[in-house]
Design a protein around this ligand. Sequence first.
Ligand code: ZN
Length: 487
Amino acid sequence: MAKILKGMQPEKFFDYFEEISEIPRGSYHEKQISDYLKAFAEANGCTAEQDEYYNLLIKKPASTGYENAHPVIFHGHMDMVLDKESWVEQDMLTEGVRLKVEGDYIKGDGTTLGADNGVGVAFMMMILSDESLAHPPIECIIAVQEEVGKRGGQQFDAKKMNVTGKRLMDFNWHKPDTVFAGCAGDISAYYRIPITYEETKADELFFQLSITGGVGGHSEFDIHLERANVLQQFGRLVNLIAKDCEVHFTDLTGGVNRYVIPGNMDNVIAVKTSDVDGVKEVVEKFADTLRNEYKIADKELKVTMVSAEKQEKVISYEDTKKIAKALHLLPCGVQSMSLEIEGLVESSNTMAMISTEDNQVSILSTIPSAVTSRKYDILQKMNDLAELMGASVDTFADCPEWPFRPESKLLATAKNAFKVLYGEEPNVEVSHSSLELGLFCSKIPGLECISLGPKAYDVHTPKERLDWTSVQMVWDHIKEILKELDD
Ligand SMILES: [Zn+2]
């Protein structure tokens, strides 16, 4: 085996990380890595069960003296996001990650690294193979398809697989001095507006209407920054135009993906020749309004209207108004703040994408919330609006929250173990993003969870990198927690 990571500590961690990096493991292509991990577990005297999706449950008996302690679950996912820079020719479906070391960082060669969540897999391999550890009975859940809507976790049957633990440690975190202790759940929803088309009239002119230059950002990590949701602003603008003149959308598309706040939007619109001056005035005034409202959060926003080619058909005036009103009225941005944790967003909604097909316009939103009832209440508002305007709503990827439990015994143990090692308490963090752990909390009643992990940056992108110098600290923390889980 080539040893690119030779000399890094803890040695076994980097041996295993290098081994699994050689195995291609994109989401939906997990058979090879799953079989490999199953064989690894069995070779180390553990039992391993693989379900039909290639999720794994691996069990290791307690070390001497811990036979009567309650089991502990470790959790991570074996799949990774496959992404690469445009100049990379590597076929990531058939070839593993080509590791590179630059100072404190391990990276791929212009590709994602898969530290998310190869780090978790490598920690579990250490735990399963280390005979010197003191630990209660261990159950490792290594999920598939986490990166594609947490599908492995959705399909994982904790009862059938006979998971018995009620305390779980996850490794999908990225701050070694911080214990992650709770996160929001989320759900995605399509708001669908039926549309009819009309023939273009002789006196209509076409313009490309654009709002561009918005910063956008991640819909869960950046939502509190109050940046413009340009889809919403686009609806607001066309709503203003439609007040005094007949305006028509043409086919609408926009947005990046369901977790990105849209920062750019354009559409070719049609207006009557006699209305053009009036519309231009509204657009200019609106540009001023946005400049003023977003002078801090989104300074580069631009609104423009330039001539465009004539099209044969347009969306009817009535339906154009409906779409503009829906974009303007659908819940968008921060909806409620947590009163338990200062500065934490509790619920939000992001209208992320818009598309036109099969005679309907679909607006895709993702709604994260730490409180399930509030998530469904936002959804209800969408349904109420849909009922008023003859639209409809359908949902997918519903994932429950992982509730923050300040009184959790496992959290107390993790805090104490950190103090034993480093003389002070770790930070405890809760996030507005949605992780797979909410699913496991709903599948295993009474489950307590924490998440730990070394420093990793720009995950899900070809710039992903792991700060290898921060791994030892997390491993020491894991060992100390395990030692203390003796009841
Ligand atoms: Zn990920």
